[in-house]
Design a protein around this ligand. Sequence first.
Ligand code: ATP
Length: 366
Amino acid sequence: MARITFEHIDKIYDNGFQAVFDFNLEIAHGEFVVFVGPSGCGKSTMMRIVAGLEDATRGDISFDGARVNGKSPKARDVAMVFQSYALYPHLDAYGNMAFALTLDGCDEDYIERRVAETADILGMRPYLKRKPRELSGGQCQRVAVGRAIIRRPKVFLMDEPLSNLDAKQRVTMRSEIIEIHRKTGATTVYVTHDQVEAMTMADRIVVMRDGRIRQVGTPRELYFRPADKFVAGFIGDPPMNFIPCAAAKGGVILKGSDGVLKLPARFAGALAKREGGEITLGFRPEAARFGGGQKAGGGVAFEARAQVLELFGDSVSIFAEIGGHSVILKTDPDHMPEENETVKFTVPADGIYLFESGQNEASIEA
Ligand code: ATP
């Protein structure tokens, strides 16, 4: 296990492109940290810098306080699992898992014991004699994970390890990887563009965009207290609804309407400061409450026109329109409206968010 510290990391590739800007972070011993963000945001670049496959242009990276810039992956004692399993096709699952230990000159008894232990953690005992072509995608990925953890590395790195698996296998492997992390306790950095993976697996999530960290926090912190509109829109499925408005006394005026929509009292000061200025109102699809009775606690009442309905069995997604803006509302099938029906719903006070307009669209704290 290792504590990993990043200080002011910049990465500029040889062609002059800057992929990472002033990356600062400390990952604790044994922590499971997920780097997440849209394609091209720099998450794999950061992973490669941790691994020692890429050098930082500026800044320091340390393991347990000792600077590791310039050290090889082997000297850093990291193990990696990539999207492509990159197994040796001519070796069986046993041979693939044993490979690093054989290379290190470990004796046969020791290797056999370690492969057996690792295969037990992964549920792969029955498949050790099979070659990669005789294994399913999920089983191949387990062998790749086994090959990495068998060395008991200080740091375990995974770059989109589930993206070659089908939806069902992904769900299974997600919980298996969490279980493996519990058993091994290795500090883990996991890269994905899938916010569901990030939310379900991480101790802490690092949300990146355009080479910069936008927010670091636990899944709960990111979901309930997003730092800006980008994080609010990236975390959560379906994403948060955003409605452009003008700030007014005690509330907002939705574009295309003239009445003031009263907002919870905690925003009064922030709204007064911005009166007449553009801001964005946000609420999550699942925060919509149908059937009345919620307004008393300072909730905000909305009316929307339902356009398209998607029934999932246990829930309904209502694609609707509020004053010309598309929103998605989630509810249970009991509150399923008709298409084109006007629906009334409330969002509880703590489900209302405001964001600055303009460049960084920061959350307006109230
Ligand atoms: P994805 O989810 O698509 O894998 P990512 O967030 O992992 O994306 P990176 O692979 O870290 O993104 O790339 C970040 C940026 O750096 C991208 O714009 C990419 O085109 C650029 N980049 C990556 N490798 C190089 C390189 N060797 N030379 C120049 N630019 C590069």
